[in-house]
Design a protein. Structure first.
Length: 261
């Protein structure tokens, strides 16, 4: 676990960076009202470049059919590995968590988690999503609609409202950082803006059901540049976003942040 407690300032939506007065308040507002903060230019590109170089070598090995150690936890369906796997491809251990040292994150995480927090390397991942026109047939899949607060949750067999309302969400937030520009010419993320009051049952998460449940204005698929990132709360619905005309692949890293007791 990577433990922390407090720091400086931050902002979200279409033009948020961590410098200047009011930015931390803006991020708090976005998280409180929408459950999501879009951080523009927050993550130093030199630290991201080290991760990107290692991730490129990693997925080249995957696509060449190279056998990987089991502890890398490669998932052929989601095309992901534990972030710590990048140390096997030239990434220094300190580089893995360098993005979390970006100015303002520590304070924002502390407030969102209502106290001390820790980033778990056992729940931090590097992923590659492939342009739709080149996506391999078979096992490879895009992440469908889900809530990260469902991590480790055992769901009942049906979506009975009383049973679902009684299921607590896992306390966490997600910090998601693309290693390539995304959302326009390469896969990004799509969200339903807003904090949900409870977990939705897996039987309610097909795209047609989600779009019937929410107004069209609540759906949002931001475009991100290298150096941008997203923070979102445990209840926020999201999925991988693609369009048929996308031509480039996208790599990303994600950190799961938990309360530190």
């Amino acid at each position: 676990m990577v433990a922390h407690s407090q720091a400086t300032s931050l902002v979200t939506e279409e033009k948020i960076n961590l410098n200047g007065s009011g930015t931390l308040d803006a991020a708090r507002t976005q998280l409180r009202e929408q459950g999501i903060a879009l951080l523009r230019g927050v993550f130093p590109t030199d630290s991201l470049a080290a991760l990107k170089e290692a991730a490129t070598r990693c997925f080249e090995a995957v696509e060449a059919g190279q056998a990987l150690p089991e502890h890398y936890k490669f998932n052929r369906y989601s095309h992901s590995l534990l972030l710590t796997a990048l140390t096997g491809f030239g990434c220094e251990p300190d580089d893995l968590t360098a993005p979390l040292a970006a100015a303002g994150l520590e304070s924002l995480f502390s407030e969102a988690m209502h106290g001390a927090w820790a980033g778990s390397m056992e729940q931090s991942w590097v992923r590659k999503k492939i342009a739709p026109m080149r996506a391999p047939a078979g096992e490879y899949q895009l992440q469908g609609w889900h809530q990260d607060g469902a991590l480790g949750v055992r769901f009942p067999s049906d979506a009975a409202p009383d049973a679902m309302a009684a299921i607590p969400m896992t306390q966490l937030l997600t910090c998601w950082i693309p290693l390539d520009a995304c959302g326009a010419d390469s896969p990004g993320l799509e969200f339903v803006r807003g904090r949900q009051p409870k977990l939705l049952h897996f039987s309610e998460l097909d795209d047609a059901s989600v779009r019937r449940r929410f107004d069209v204005e609540e759906f949002w698929a931001p475009e991100l540049a290298f150096g941008d990132g997203l923070i979102f709360l445990k209840s926020v619905l999201h999925r991988t976003y693609t369009c048929p005309e996308m031509t480039r692949d996208r790599m990303s890293v994600e950190f799961r942040i938990f309360p530190s007791r």
